[in-house]
Design a protein around this ligand. Structure first.
Ligand code: XIL
Length: 475
């Protein structure tokens, strides 16, 4: 801020011309005030969600010399006539500077501040821009060692209020949906679909083709089966499950974790897998993945089909290997629509913001979408499962950084965490000594990570948010 004190000379003369010619007034209070950098408007400096404030500025050239209006940070909208509308949901108190510049002489300008008043209980799905889905993995009654979370009112309230997309964390994986040869069990995933539909949430499935997390009967079958028998089984599985949910799925993480951790980045090295080479379905190279996409697309042409993996969030050979595969698929018309970046992180600093943005934008440049599919940030915890205050603070910064990268990168259309409450996270089971990885604690209280996400979304949503329900429901 510059002082308007009485220095003489060219700068002072320029400022006084500005004050004489670029004027602003409060519309509803009827009073007028010179729009001057560093001074608030009297009596109307606070705006609630969706409220509108008229600013008026006049340039010396009159109507033929328009005013250029800008907002800093760019929250809400301002018309060419100076009509400022606050966003529909305001998460945190925030001061926005409205700036009027003379188009004929942009150095001639003035600013005024306005304070946004938070709306109570703003949620992630409300705060997000329309272009970004906010998702969480969720569980019905498919895991015998976890009581059905859909009967936990705090679980269902948090899930439906905060998110507009959910992924079946396990209900559509082989062991649950295809527990015995020729036997399909759709009941847990059906519950999740019904929940998603009831709350105007998109529904996403994972995964129909993965090397691990397969039922024992399948692993045993693969030890003696011929490739053609494996192909018939995979085709039946993909088409049966996808036909059951035809028209109800927003997206599938169809093939999961197929690329080798030792990939060189030249071509696409694949990990050993019962679908690839042990015994495989009889197709070389990425042929089995391509075939899975083709079967899936014919079973449900409206579902978006993703390849999903970990270790591809930053630049490096594994990302290059995935990129080579999907670029080849796109060039040959294989029905693939996106790449999922899992994003299971710790506090090591991986991935870099620049690397993640670059990867997403390269995927986007192929005409594909990028989704953050499984984000969590695990922390060391004590025997009670509690992380340190410093750890939680670092975690909040990581959530903020990744969400911000997704918002900046063209083509990042969904941001999803792997569950949302520490109560049901997979981390303590799979990474002993770690936990507290999600934005809500075990009692569904928002953590610093949640506040950081809300603040990040708020600043990134210049023209509204994703609050409009798609199925006629209200919030
Ligand atoms: C995990 C689930 O969270 C666990 O409940 C289950 O026991 C194993 O799978 N990458 C993936 C996810 O793609 O499907 C995994 O989910 C976590 C790692």
């Amino acid at each position: 801020m510059q002082s308007s004190g009485g220095r003489r000379g060219s700068r002072a003369r320029g400022r006084s011309r500005l004050r004489a010619n670029v004027r602003a007034e409060t519309g509803n209070a009827g009073c007028s005030e010179t729009l001057q950098r560093g001074r608030d408007f009297p009596s109307t400096s606070a705006l609630a969600a969706s409220e509108t404030q008229q600013f008026v500025a006049a340039a010396p050239g009159g109507a033929s010399d328009p005013i250029i209006w800008t907002l800093s940070p760019p929250v809400g909208t301002i018309s060419s006539e100076g009509l400022y509308t606050a966003p529909a949901f305001i998460a945190l108190a925030l001061t926005v500077t409205v700036n009027a510049a003379d188009a004929a002489n942009p150095a001639r300008q003035a600013g005024a501040s306005i304070t946004l008043v938070p709306s109570p209980n703003t949620t992630l799905r409300q705060a997000a821009p329309r272009s970004l889905l906010m998702g969480a993995a969720a569980t019905a009654d498919e895991l015998p060692w976890i009581p059905d979370p859909l009967y936990d009112p705090s679980y269902t309230a948090t899930l439906s209020e905060q998110y507009n997309m959910l992924t079946a964390e396990n209900a559509l994986k082989w062991p649950i949906v295809h527990p015995a040869p020729g036997t399909y069990n759709f009941e847990p995933a059906d519950q999740l679909v019904a929940f998603a539909n009831a709350h105007a949430m998109k529904f996403r499935g994972t995964t129909l083709c993965w090397e691990i997390d397969n039922p024992d009967w399948l692993t045993e079958f693969a030890t003696t089966a011929t490739p053609s028998a494996m192909a018939a089984l995979l085709q039946d599985h993909i088409q049966t499950v996808m036909a059951h949910y035809r028209g109800q799925m927003y997206a599938w993480d169809l093939v999961n974790e197929a690329v080798s951790d030792q990939a060189t980045g030249i071509g696409t090295d694949l990990r050993d897998s019962l679908w690839y080479n042990s015994p495989g379905i009889g197709l070389s190279g990425t042929g089995y993945i391509e075939q899975a996409f083709r079967w899936a697309h014919s079973a449900d042409p409206d579902a978006l089909l993703f390849y999903n993996d970990y270790g591809i969030e930053d630049e490096g050979p594994k990302f290059e290997a995935v990129y080579n595969m999907v670029r080849d698929f796109v060039s040959r018309g294989v029905p693939i629509h996106g790449v999922g970046f899992q994003m299971h992180l710790d506090t090591s600093g991986y991935p870099t913001t620049a690397g993640l943005i670059r990867n997403i934008e390269r995927i986007s440049a192929l005409g594909l979408q990028a989704h953050i599919t499984e984000m969590d940030v695990r922390l060391p915890v004590d025997s009670n499962g509690n992380a340190s205050a410093a750890g939680l603070n670092t975690q909040a910064q990581i959530y903020q950084r990744i969400l911000s990268a997704c918002l900046q990168a063209a083509g990042c259309t969904a941001f999803q965490t792997w569950e949302f409450s520490d109560k049901y996270s997979w981390i303590p089971v799979y990474f002993p000594g770690f936990g507290a990885a999600l934005p809500f604690d075990g009692a569904y209280r928002p953590k610093s990570a949640f506040n950081a996400m809300i603040a990040t979304l708020q600043v990134a949503a210049p023209s509204g948010n994703a609050a409009t329900p798609t199925a006629g429901l209200s919030y």
